[in-house]
Design a protein around this ligand. Sequence first.
Ligand code: RIB
Ligand code: CA
Length: 304
Amino acid sequence: MDKRRIIIDTDPGIDDAAAISLAIISNRFDIRLISAAAANVDVDKTTKNALKLVEFFGVDIPVARGCERPLLHELESSPDIHGESGMDGYDFPEPRKKPLPVHSVEAMRRVIMEEEGKTTLVTIAALTNVALLFTMYPEVKGRIDEIVMMGGGIFRGNATSAAEFNIYIDPHAAAMVFRSGVPIRMAGLDVTEHALLHKDCLIKMRDSGRVGHMLYSIFSHYRDGDMDTGLAMHDPCTIALMLEPDMFRMEDHYIEVVTEGIAAGALVTNLERKMKIGCAPNVSVCMGIDEKRFEEWFTDMICR
Ligand code: RIB
Ligand code: CA
């Protein structure tokens, strides 16, 4: 089976590390680049964490360092969720590899434009790098088949009561990406807060081998949920959406992003009342998830 060519824009980040692990383990993706974003922790740390993961798996995936801060707002990292390093809990060796000598926006342009065929952008961080890519090199849009995004939430926020973290960190970048015209499938908090791993599965993964042990170790330091009530696997939902799409119920929505004020980062869309806002849908949104199937799928992937 042909592997799907993807670029992952990420801020590892413990749930990012899980998503990247699943993408590598699945053997279903030609991961042409990992672009490091600033969000969970600063971009030096996310770049180093991406290099640590690539070396942990012994795979030849280039890593490029992205923007140091959002387009307009100040960076508000969340080390309280992912630890000071952004991936606390496992003793990864210092990476020997170095990031590419170009900015990740340029690295993404090269991957997208220099090869035949289309590339999928998997975005599991704030959208600063992607917004700049579309602004500096609009020609890439025609060579991207879709954006598969962890971000947003129709009915909930987690950074504020109105805004999900990835959108909240850089709402201007998110607004640009949602207006870009590139097809988007969005796994927001409406489903990712139900994509939970519980203790039994976590222990099964821990005892399954080296990868499961590494993930269990970092999950033990992950503060988005707990092992009894469940750890929220936000970013892995993008991998599940690509590999097992019928695990999700989708709805097409027209979405705009609030960019300023106390509700900055909020997504606004029409609901059943069909008020007169917006126009043709621009996002295919995950509105439901088979929770049991997600946990079984995740566990099987790691334990195989
Ligand atoms: O709101 C969850 C998102 O914010 C995830 O991508 C997590 O890694 C953090 O970046
Ligand atoms: Ca992330």
